[in-house]
Design a protein around this ligand. Structure first.
Ligand SMILES: [Zn+2]
Length: 314
């Protein structure tokens, strides 16, 4: 969750605006730390499918592990509040998951998934983050994988960011707080599928993630983090416009509204959340070709209040 936003516009005229948002709980030593737990898939979206009828589809495994994790956190770390994206077998949608996390201003986001691969010999855990340059997310991800490896006796396949993967994961890209997506094991590997379906296996997975989260919360308290991301501004308006309009929908990318009080065109519409300026510049070019001829790149520094490092914004 952003502490403060500084937005610098690189356009023909340089215009600087400062946004102020509430600091997050970890930074402020506030009483309650809010964590969002997202059991991946659900409802019409089963995720990876079970190999046989005695095993469960991914959406069910994710929900069971997520509920165990949430229970451990609420029972064993005082002053934490767990918010789930779903507690039943329903479809939520990626945009709604991002909105839930950002609007609830949660301090940490954890998405739970199970993996699959055509090669049934592949097994082990993997934790995804948006960028290795997001220090807090990386720290939490390394803690999770370390717990899997050292305490739960799992094979850790390590931490991956968008550059390693070659694609973005929307729930990590657009959520503005430290966040991880944990792949708890491969359903395509028969022994691991059995493990993922077992109470014992699920307990070990949930408690490993729980211990990583607890350590993260304890160690990150007081720290400060400032993350520079690049977005593409596609439109500015005097009045709020409908995000569901066709012109936006046709872009097939998440469009976000930013309010800039005091400015004549105070509603700004942005897409992307990139940590590499060149990727953002490429995105701006693509968006201009798609009809938003004035699209340009905006630099945003999100101050997480997690680390004391001083990355400069530009
Ligand atoms: Zn999944």
């Amino acid at each position: 969750m952003p502490g403060r936003f500084f937005i610098l516009f690189f356009f023909t005229n340089l215009c600087i605006a400062t946004f102020s948002f509430q600091e997050n709980a970890l930074a402020q030593n506030k009483k309650t730390i809010k964590v969002m737990i997202d059991p991946g898939h659900g409802g019409k979206d089963p995720g990876n499918e079970a190999s046989k009828s005695s095993m469960k589809n991914e959406k069910h495994l994710n929900l069971e592990i997520a509920m165990k994790l949430g229970k451990y956190i609420e029972e064993r770390i005082k002053d934490t509040k767990v918010i789930y994206t779903r507690t039943t077998d329903k479809f939520v949608g990626l945009d709604n998951i991002v909105d839930l996390a950002n609007k609830n201003k949660v301090d940490v986001f954890i998405s739970i998934h199970c993996n699959s691969n055509p090669n049934r010999a592949i097994y082990g855990t993997r934790t995804h983050i948006h960028s290795n340059s997001f220090a807090s997310s990386k720290k939490l991800a390394l803690l999770v994988e370390n717990e899997f490896k050292t305490r739960a006796g799992r094979k850790s396949r390590g931490v991956m960011d968008a550059r390693d993967r070659g694609y973005n994961l929307q729930v990590l890209q657009y959520t503005t707080m430290p966040g991880v997506l944990v792949e708890c094991g491969f359903m395509s590997n028969p022994p691991e599928e059995k493990y993922l379906n077992s109470t014992h296996g699920q307990d070990l997975i949930a408690s490993a993630i729980f211990r990583a989260f607890r350590q993260f919360v304890v160690e990150e308290n007081d720290a400060e983090d400032r993350t520079t991301v690049y977005k593409v501004q596609i439109m500015a308006s005097k009045k709020s416009v409908n995000l569901k309009q066709k012109q936006f929908q046709d872009l097939d990318i998440r469009v976000e509204e930013y309010k800039m009080p005091g400015s004549n065109y105070q509603y700004r519409y942005m897409v992307g959340r990139e940590y590499d300026q060149n990727i953002a510049l490429k995105l701006a070019k693509k968006i201009r070709e798609q009809g938003f001829k004035d699209a340009f790149v905006v630099t945003i520094t999100e101050e997480q209040g997690q680390y004391k490092t001083n990355k400069t914004s530009r």
